[in-house]
Design a protein around this ligand. Structure first.
Ligand code: ZN
Ligand code: ZN
Length: 422
């Protein structure tokens, strides 16, 4: 029985669409954010997500929110910039806005992002302009982003099916069918298509924590990935810490930063990654699908990178800065995750990274090092944590991937066989 067939047999299948949407909103506020009474909420969303935004806003105020403020984005308006904007526009980002949001976080606001923008929106735009706009946005957004990546505040991301995204995921379907299918896939992947989603998330979180505790107790010095086209040794950073599922943010609030989440992840050592690796799924990066990525690492650094499509985007990406050729994350995800089982390529990292074990180029999470939240850049680098303006996950796991944990003395222990936990 497929995941979708199993869901068709639950009470969830009998709910109206509005009731289903309300379940997702409730999970976003109660599980994702763990929003506290008196806390401000800053939300960002595509304009098409308005019905979900309204549901989330209701749940937030019911939970005692001080004020809910939403910033909307609009895909056609983004395209207008590329079509008519002056050249200088692509090196500019509204620092004043990002600083204001950072100030909001520092004074206690939680953050919720709704994903749903068309992943292929910028596919036909000048990649150099796209890269410049991203660098400008990353620089301006750094103070706010640091509060998020350091988990100083409670935050979460949930998704909303939008027409352009849905048509990309389900090509050939009429728009309304594609949107309905994408919504079902989001509900199933986000673990809300069950009778009691809040209880389900409690159990799911406990299961992830058990894996994490096991990995943290083992203190492996490296992971060894073996699969078709892959023979990769990923050294782990000294004092690395595995994370996954929920986290207690610096403000003391317990939150689930990603909905869905199926991964246990940690910080690789930026200088100790060697071997070859082949992506198991296409990587959708800023509107371009990069297909069949194959990469060779030497001493932590990519020395060879190819792709059968989007190779120029890949090369531009790894040339962003010094850290863009090195790893900032390694994550284990079983092939039996509901996202993998849905068989859907979402064109969105929030989902696709939870379908397979993966690695990420670029910035490491300081929270994945013992005491890392309080360390400065030099201390983090000394332990092997990578630094970069980018953080891009790409999928390497599959039902054919074996993973060993390698101890400091070189002895290997099977962690995953054919994509499943041993
Ligand atoms: Zn990840
Ligand atoms: Zn990542």
């Amino acid at each position: 029985m497929s995941v979708m067939e199993a869901v068709a047999k639950t009470k969830f299948a009998e709910l109206t669409f509005d009731e289903k949407l309300d379940r997702l909103a409730e999970v976003a506020v109660k599980v994702g954010l763990g929003l506290r009474a008196g806390q401000e909420l800053i939300m960002s969303a595509p304009i098409e997500a308005l019905p979900l935004v309204r549901r989330i806003t209701e749940h937030a105020y019911k939970a005692g929110a001080l004020l809910v403020t939403t910033f909307y984005s609009d895909d056609p308006s983004v395209l207008a910039r590329y079509e008519y904007g002056a050249d200088a526009s692509f090196d500019y980002a509204p620092k004043w806005l990002h600083d204001g949001i950072a100030e909001g976080f520092r004074s206690g606001a939680a953050r919720l992002a709704i994903a749903g923008a068309n992943p292929a929106l910028l596919a036909k735009q000048d990649p150099a302009k796209v890269a410049r706009a991203n660098v400008a946005a990353s620089k301006a957004g750094k103070p706010a982003m640091e509060l998020i990546t350091r988990h100083e505040i409670n935050w979460t991301i949930v998704a909303c099916a939008t027409p352009e995204w849905a048509k990309l995921v389900f090509p050939g379907e009429p728009e309304h069918i594609a949107v309905a299918k994408l919504w079902e896939a989001i509900f199933v992947s986000s673990r809300v298509a069950v009778d009691d989603p809040v209880a389900e998330w409690k159990e799911h979180g406990a299961r992830l924590k058990k894996r994490m505790d096991m990995l943290n107790a083992k203190r492996f010095s490296a992971l060894h990935f073996k699969g078709p086209g892959t023979d990769l040794k990923v050294g782990l950073a000294d004092d690395h810490l595995w994370a996954g599922g929920g986290t207690t943010a610096g403000n003391g609030v317990y939150c689930q930063p990603n909905i869905p989440t199926e991964e246990c992840f940690t910080t690789p050592h930026k200088d100790r990654v060697d071997g070859t690796v082949k992506a198991s799924k296409p990587l959708s990066h800023q509107g371009t699908l990069i297909e069949n990525i194959a990469v060779r690492f030497e001493g932590g650094k990519i020395v060879e990178a190819t792709a059968t499509a989007g190779e120029d985007v890949l090369n531009r990406l790894i040339s962003t800065d010094d850290g863009a050729r090195r790893l900032g994350e390694v994550a284990l995800v079983p092939h039996s995750s509901p996202i993998a089982q849905s068989g859907v390529l979402f064109w969105n990292t929030l989902f696709d990274e939870n379908a397979a074990s993966h690695i990420a180029l670029g910035q490491a999470y300081s929270t994945c090092l013992i005491g890392g939240e309080k360390m400065d850049a030099a201390q983090l680098a000394a332990l092997g944590a990578n630094a970069s303006l980018i953080h891009v996950d790409w999928m390497i796991g599959s039902g054919e991937m074996d993973v060993d944990g390698v101890a400091a003395d070189g002895t290997a222990e099977p962690l995953m066989r054919r994509g499943e936990w041993v």
